[in-house]
Design a binder for this molecule. Structure first.
Ligand code: CTP
Ligand code: MG
Length: 186
């Protein structure tokens, strides 16, 4: 596989991880995951992490993956597809859940650092969900993760993801803010 194809395929496989977050933003409301509890006077996660957003985000990521499978079925493109795996749905569940667990962990760390909900926190805000998605895949499906993300030339895709994600993050937050879904443009 040539390097450009390797990079494209990593971004393609990351789509559910990227899109799980906007789904969480659109579906999020109501009961917070931490049930309003605090540790040492600071919220465990904060009101920005809700059960509805968590479940909506995971379902959204899986849905996007199913759509990707359908598109690949129609076009017969040679991009790696989740459905070429007997455990495709499980992979989608892992990458979407990992993405949102990374987001939760990010908020947990932000609260420990004393940052209020929505406070801008570089690195954590931009990479928490990427790291979460990769960690879940690496822990629970190492063979598949290595083959599709790590083996030459796919690791170039991981590097590209690390470079481009902060830009995508900024762009999506500006869009979310303009649409009135986010309280701050970051
Ligand atoms: N959201 C949610 N549940 C989640 C993730 C996100 O309800 N598990 C919704 C919330 O309405 C949240 C919005 O999506 O305010 C934007 O998500 P994010 O930027 O991750 O949360 P913040 O409000 O910025 O909170 P934090 O400082 O903890 O990141
Ligand atoms: Mg935020």
């Amino acid at each position: 596989m040539d390097p450009v194809m390797g990079i494209i395929s990593v971004f393609w496989l990351m789509l559910p991880a990227y899109l799980a977050n906007p789904f969480a933003v659109f579906t999020g409301h109501g009961l917070p995951v931490d049930m309003g509890r605090s540790i040492g006077g600071k919220r465990v996660l904060g009101d920005g992490k809700t059960w509805a957003g968590l479940i909506g985000g995971i379902c959204g990521g899986v849905l996007i993956g199913l759509l990707m499978m359908a598109i690949m079925d129609l076009t017969g493109e040679p991009l790696p597809i989740y459905c070429s795996e007997p455990h495709g749905i499980m992979l989608l569940f892992l990458i979407s859940t990992g993405s949102l667990m990374g987001d939760l962990l990010g908020s947990f760390l932000k609260r420990r650092l004393g940052r209020e909900r929505g406070a801008r926190t570089p690195i954590l805000d931009q990479y928490d969900f990427v790291i979460g998605a990769w960690a879940f895949l690496a822990i629970f499906q190492w063979g598949w993760f290595r083959e599709n993300f790590v083996d030459d030339p796919r690791y170039l895709g991981m590097i590209a993801v690390l470079i481009i994600t902060p830009l995508l993050h900024r762009l999506s937050n500006i869009i979310g803010f303009r649409m009135g879904q986010k309280e701050v443009p970051w």
